[in-house]
Design a protein around this ligand. Structure first.
Ligand code: PRX
Length: 670
């Protein structure tokens, strides 16, 4: 057995997951499976031997990948130091530079003329960069940042649209050994402030704005608002002119990219850094409190990113045109836009806009225009396009596609089958990749030339990764039983800590089960040993593949003067996977003022949008007289979820006041 021994004799463990985690896979043995086409198998980078080698070689498998896939300025002598778990050190005494690996080495190898980036702007403007040009741009940016005082170890906050300069900025930081902290351009000024402060950023790189659905948007004003309230560590704000919107520039602090970067020298020597030197911080929602700054370091992160590009995406650098639709504000835009593809010398498309601007065929127009061969996107995007109808993709030539990938949430079999048939023409394997901001790179996925795909299941661990499903006590469960997804052994691209908070890192991920990484997801192995991800087991919601924490949205709601108490649940949603539904109790004053419920609901939605991000806006805000609580005061979200999903309300016997649910239902009926 290659990836997980079955344990048929083992007594069944408890079922730790509630009904909300019932997957759509009960009858998974009846589902149709899809073997990769022979033409794909014949040319695939990875065959079944990859799993065997990983099994036989242990951590040395990763040492071999690190040496084969990356260029080191100094080779490492130790592969893994796990003497102080969970603080792993991979390839520790090796030195390298991420930007050198992503850019310079391809130019040195004679591939300077190969296209690295194909930028497509939302209004239809486009620009391409060869590797030689990208090297010049990244070098200029590195010199420009250095002239603003940025050096090794400094933090740089990046708040940018999905334009080439965003990728150039990340690589320029890496070139200097500086640590970037990208804040998604859709996040609020408040999110910018808290992240800038937590990371004590010296420089903020932003743009005047971008475009969304044909209209100019702004970014710079949010940076100004953030820095008005705090962020004292910031010395400069560097602004790319993207859409020409009028923006205020603060004398002495704010400078234009075209003044600082465009005029800088194209000569810059990449700074040699240790394999364990930080590469970036990326904030992600957790169950409690403020977002966590997930820290990734250099050598291991790049190794697993490059490895998965080569094997999960079967990348052929000379011939493929790769397109990952993720924004650089998310981890997917880090590992599979800024680093993985470039480290592997790929040609990739980046797109600034939305899939429906200026028309609903935009994605397919881009595939056709650039001859995209590998496309990586989210189940939400696929479901949205499904809704728009197959006539739209039918208007475009999609025959260049040879491999498809999904990420962010489990893909429902209907969307999988549609993606396979309508977009892939029935010929493209699909890789359903499970991973997280914390894991840095793919962890569970098909190997496209090997795995017989089972729609809806991410199937098997990446070669060299050891995952398991355990019960409450941390005991491995039998196939067929639902439990907690854990990773049993360190992997190269694992997060190293939470920025500035080692204790929280240990508590959040390594304390639930002894010696295992707790992912926060439920999962199950089926009878074939394939893994089915069952969704989060904590209070983290997944809306359109974006992680949102219930408590963060609840705090945002309670910060509004009319709200006394709030409870948020993720309700099932046809398109976005989950949707945020908020239940709020008004303060006595607000209740007496007799607000119009619909109007106030709108106000509260807007308030959350402003406090966190438009993504976090509840789909519905329900104003209720009470919230269901146990005798110990814990809110029973399960019951609220029943209401949000229009189901009969479940068992209320553990409530302190058993009439509360009836009151809620009655008030909503009114
Ligand atoms: O619940 C899992 C879900 O997304 C979570 C990680 O979110 P984030 O850190 O934002 O990273 C998203 C992109 C890597 C996981 O804990 N998730 C991600 N991919 C899948 C998935 N759930 C099921 N199947 C997937 N392929």
């Amino acid at each position: 057995m290659l990836w997980r021994p079955r344990r048929p004799g083992q007594p069944p463990g408890p079922e730790p997951l509630g009904e909300e985690h019932t997957p759509m896979t009960e009858q998974n043995n009846d589902l149709q499976t899809y073997a990769p086409p022979q033409v794909f198998v014949d040319q695939a980078n990875g065959g079944p031997e990859l799993y065997e080698q990983a099994e036989a070689e242990g951590t040395e498998f990763w040492a071999r990948q690190a040496r084969e896939l990356l260029t080191w300025s100094k080779d490492f002598t130790t592969t893994l130091d796990w003497s102080n778990p969970p603080f792993a050190k991979w390839f520790e005494d090796g030195t390298l530079n991420a930007a050198y690996n992503a850019v310079d080495r391809h130019v040195e190898a004679g591939n300077g003329d190969r296209v690295a980036l194909l930028f497509e702007g939302e209004p239809g403007d486009s620009r391409s960069y060869t590797y030689a040009q990208l090297k010049d741009e990244v070098s200029k940016a590195a010199n420009g940042f250095a002239s603003l005082g940025v050096g090794k170890g400094d933090r740089v906050a990046v708040y940018m649209p999905m334009i080439a300069e965003a990728v150039i900025t990340m690589l320029a930081c890496a070139r200097l050994g500086a640590i970037h902290s990208v804040v998604f351009g859709g996040f609020s000024a408040e999110a910018v402030r808290s992240r800038v402060e937590d990371g004590e950023a010296k420089l903020v790189v932003t743009a005047d704005g971008s475009y969304r659905r044909g209209k100019p948007t702004t970014l710079k004003p949010a940076v100004d608002a953030a820095l008005e309230k705090g962020g004292d560590s910031v010395q400069h704000v560097l602004v790319v002119k993207r859409n020409g919107e009028d923006v205020a520039m603060t004398e002495g602090r704010d400078v234009w990219w075209h003044d600082v970067v465009d005029t800088a020298s194209t000569e810059h020597a990449p700074v040699e850094v240790g394999a364990e030197d930080p590469l970036f911080i990326l904030y992600t929602s957790g169950t409690t409190g403020k977002p966590k700054g997930v820290l990734h370091t250099t050598g291991g992160y790049l190794t697993q990113g490059a490895f998965s590009m080569k094997y999960t995406f079967d990348l052929k650098s000379e011939t493929d045109v790769y397109w990952c639709t993720a924004d650089v504000g998310w981890v997917t835009g880090h590992s599979y836009v800024a680093y993985g593809p470039l480290v592997m010398g790929a040609t990739q498309v980046i797109y600034e806009g939305t899939p429906d601007s200026p028309h609903r065929g935009r994605f397919w127009e881009i595939v056709q225009k650039y001859g995209v061969t590998i496309m990586y996107t989210s189940p939400t995007a696929i479901r949205t396009m499904m809704k728009w109808g197959e006539d739209i993709p039918a208007e475009y030539d999609l025959t260049s596609l040879r491999l498809l990938g999904t990420v962010g949430e489990a893909i429902n079999p209907e969307a999988w089958v549609w993606f396979h048939r309508v977009i892939g023409g029935g010929n493209c394997p699909i890789v359903d990749t499970w991973w997280q901001t914390e894991t840095g790179a793919h962890m569970i996925t098909q190997l496209p030339g090997v795995t017989v795909a089972k729609p809806g299941s991410a199937q098997r661990p990446l070669a060299g990764v050891k995952v398991d499903v355990v019960d409450e006590m941390g005991e491995s469960l039998q196939n067929g039983q639902s439990g907690f997804l854990v990773v049993r052994e360190p992997w190269p691209s694992m997060m190293r800590t939470i920025w500035g908070d080692d204790e929280r890192f240990v508590q959040t991920y390594w304390s639930r089960f002894d010696g295992m990484y707790f992912a926060g997801d439920g999962a199950r192995f089926d009878d074939d040993g394939d893994i089915w991800i069952l969704g989060r087991v904590d209070d983290v919601m997944n809306v359109s593949g974006h992680r949102l924490s219930t408590s963060e949205i609840e705090s945002a709601l309670v910060s509004h003067p009319t709200v006394a108490e709030a409870a948020v649940v993720g309700a099932e949603d046809e398109t976005t996977g989950q949707a945020v539904v908020a239940f709020v109790i008004l303060t006595d004053d607000a209740a007496q003022e007799g607000h119009d419920k619909a109007e106030l609901g709108e106000k509260l939605r807007a308030h959350v949008g402003q406090e966190i991000s438009p993504i976090a806006k509840p789909k519905r805000v329900l104003i209720v007289p009470e919230l269901p609580k146990t005798r110990s005061g814990k809110i029973m979200r399960r019951l609220l979820k029943d209401v949000a999903e229009d189901r009969p309300v479940g068992d209320v016997t553990t409530l302190a006041d058993q009439t509360v649910m009836q009151q809620i239902v009655d008030s909503l009926r009114d």
